[in-house]
Design a protein around this ligand. Sequence first.
Ligand SMILES: Cc1ncc(C[n+]2csc(CCOP(=O)(O)OP(=O)(O)O)c2C)c(N)n1
Ligand code: SF4
Length: 476
Amino acid sequence: MPDTNEKFGRSSVFYDTFERRGAEEKSTHYCPGCGHGTVQKMIAAAIEEFGIQDRTIFLSPVGCSVFAYYYFDTGNIQCSHGRSPAVATGVRRTLRDAVIIGYQGDGDLAGIGLAEIIHAASRGENYSVFFINNAIYGMTGGQMAPTTLLGQRTLTSPNGRDQFNDGRPIGMAELISVLPAPVYVERCSLSTPKQVLKTRLAVRKALRYQIERKGFSFVEILSPCPTNWGMTPIQARTWVTEHLETVFKLGRLKDYDEDVPVPADPVLHPIDDQQMLTLLTAGGIPTVKTSVEKRPSRSFKIGGFGGQGVLSAGELMAACALSEGYRVSWLPSYGPEMRGGSANASVICSDDPIGSPVVDTPDVLLAMNGPALDAFEHTVAPGGVILVNSSVVNQKTRRTDVSYYAVPATEMAKEAQLISAANVVMVSACLAVTGFLSIQTLRESIPRVLRKKAFLERNLGLVDATITYLQQQEII
Ligand SMILES: Cc1ncc(C[n+]2csc(CCOP(=O)(O)OP(=O)(O)O)c2C)c(N)n1
Ligand code: SF4
């Protein structure tokens, strides 16, 4: 048996001190009477009891409980808002023995992340979800959540939630339970000591099912948020009984039939580089050249504004590198605007597996506009290359430890009556000055990546025009 006093003491699954508030701090940041602390204590106790601390991965959500990573001495991944089920899916498919704890609030799970949780549940991902329903967005100060009750006043429903204006509260446990795949769905509450004990059992069961590889478990827990409800901790517990529990009925909605055999471990079919190339180029599969000796890796950052073909330039480079047998990552980054906003793409080409697609220190920067040069020139690796579209970038780089090239990409594209193809000029120039990938590979890749086939000849013409320009300028 674990050497802790579960009722009154601290589980060994928690860190001794909670560093964020100082080396001596031993209490969490939760408000008095908040349900998060109660549930997390139950989860810690179950982890300890099952002896799974060293293989548990706790998925910290966005919300009041984000700091779970300061409390649980387990693996932890802090997920983007609502994306915990997607992260759980990735972890499950790579770490088969991990015990994965999805822990989400109602804004996180039933609001911004509604699609993710439904699909993870529908796929029957083998992990345990603890859904803390306090009927409000706690962390951001008490806005209406999908589970806010009719008539409940919040920051964003000052007159009370109205069913015609705001819809009715969503019963997540009911919604999940009608899907065929989940093996266990229960709604619990922290309103009274009796309900707390029931919740404790549900937490244990959800984890046990996962350990036994039974599948997806979902435990909704009605939880007080005294701070945003404007109540004392005792009033808040009473409000859970008198209001939340009347709308969200407690009970087990679904439980795995013990007699049904546990499904066999799924056979996963990861896609290989050839298939990735087909996906990326939406076309035939060219022969991948394999190299015997490992070649140096290269990372690229392409920056500009939306509409300049920044992301497609990255796709084109990625397709070329795949054709030459590299492993490749392509990471687009853009704002909500379709056109005009800043956009950038990160591309890594390597003979080794690529751990992360993030490019912090690119070997090569393609700056399609001035802001991209300002934003990224200081990040280029010493000895690297900066290539600018001099049609729109007036300033030179301040760096003295890199090679700098200027190509009037937009003007050249205009001359070819293909204004949208300044990106092809930039990629051609990049390959020509770095010699990293061959121009012939670029010619072969353009037809595969190009969406408007009618402009193929003009695009290929721009490759030639770029090479001629670089030769005339004695750059190559
Ligand atoms: C993409 C994104 N959108 C919005 C936010 C702001 N935000 C932070 S926490 C939160 C609500 C969290 O509420 P809930 O999931 O109910 O958790 P609680 O804080 O109540 O535990 C929001 C909207 C954010 N961090 N990221
Ligand atoms: S605001 Fe609410 S949910 Fe957040 S810590 Fe305080 S009581 Fe808990």
